[in-house]
Design a protein around this ligand. Structure first.
Ligand SMILES: [Zn+2]
Length: 240
């Protein structure tokens, strides 16, 4: 299968489902990681152009660890809106990846870019095969199965399905380690709140252990099946 993980920002996908993507890749599936925005406000130390370039490189380095292709739609961080153009860009992305499965944000998350990414993915899923919706890429005759990954700090998120990532936890942490600029960003923003300068990794370890405890393994990632999507009901399991 072709697997497409779409996050709003560079680091969302790594944080929420890198273990699952590493597992897919190890099973021979083709993995794509895409971001709607370039993350160009994610630094107090660099210019917007610099941090966008740095974060796209970090995301590409992270994707390379599992042999995935990274694609950035290059919208401005926190200034990303739904228009005809953004919809067509998402349709073109899914067609380019010939996606069978899409992992993306939950519609109920704290960040407007996260929620809008989820909304556009849901909105365009049924448009992928439609010939009259012209994009650079040809229509792809599959309406992908959509799954939501964890929300920030797992707020309000109750998984319907789990993926055992115990054998891929180290790979996930290695992918996260590529996000050097965001370790600084989290430290800048959270150290003043609670003194924790390592929140970036703590959050992932705690969530992976907690989901592992629920799923009966050491480390897991949780997902919610998008039941309101066109292919919400499947007879086969497509998570690894
Ligand atoms: Zn984000």
């Amino acid at each position: 299968m072709n697997i497409l993980a779409i996050g709003a920002h560079p680091d969302d996908v790594e944080t929420m489902c890198a273990g699952t993507l590493a597992k897919y890749a190890s099973q021979g599936h083709k993995v794509f990681i895409a971001t709607a925005t370039n993350g160009n406000i994610g630094s107090a130390h660099h210019t917007m152009e610099e941090i966008a370039r740095i974060r796209k490189q970090e995301a590409a380095n992270s994707a390379a660890i599992i042999g995935a292709e990274y694609i950035c739609l290059d919208y401005d961080d926190e200034m990303f809106y739904e228009t005809k153009e953004t919809r067509l860009a998402f349709i073109n992305l899914v067609r380019h990846c010939k996606a069978d499965v899409i992992l993306t944000h939950s519609p109920h998350d704290y960040n407007p870019d996260h929620m809008l990414t989820s909304k556009i993915v849901n909105d365009i899923a049924v448009m992928i095969p439609i010939a009259h919706l012209k994009t650079a890429e040809e229509p792809w005759p599959v309406i992908p199965s959509i799954w939501y990954f964890e929300t920030a700090n797992s707020m309000g998120f109750v998984p319907t399905d789990y993926v055992d990532i115990t054998d891929f936890y180290e790979t996930k942490m290695k992918m996260l380690s590529c996000m050097e600029s965001q370790k600084q960003w989290m430290a800048d923003n959270y150290a003043t709140l609670d003194g924790n300068t390592d929140r970036f990794f703590d959050t992932i370890r705690i969530t992976s252990e907690f989901r592992g405890m629920q799923a009966g393994c050491k480390y897991a990632e949780g997902f919610v099946r998008a039941l309101d999507a066109y292919r919400g009901m499947l007879t086969e399991r497509v998570l690894p």
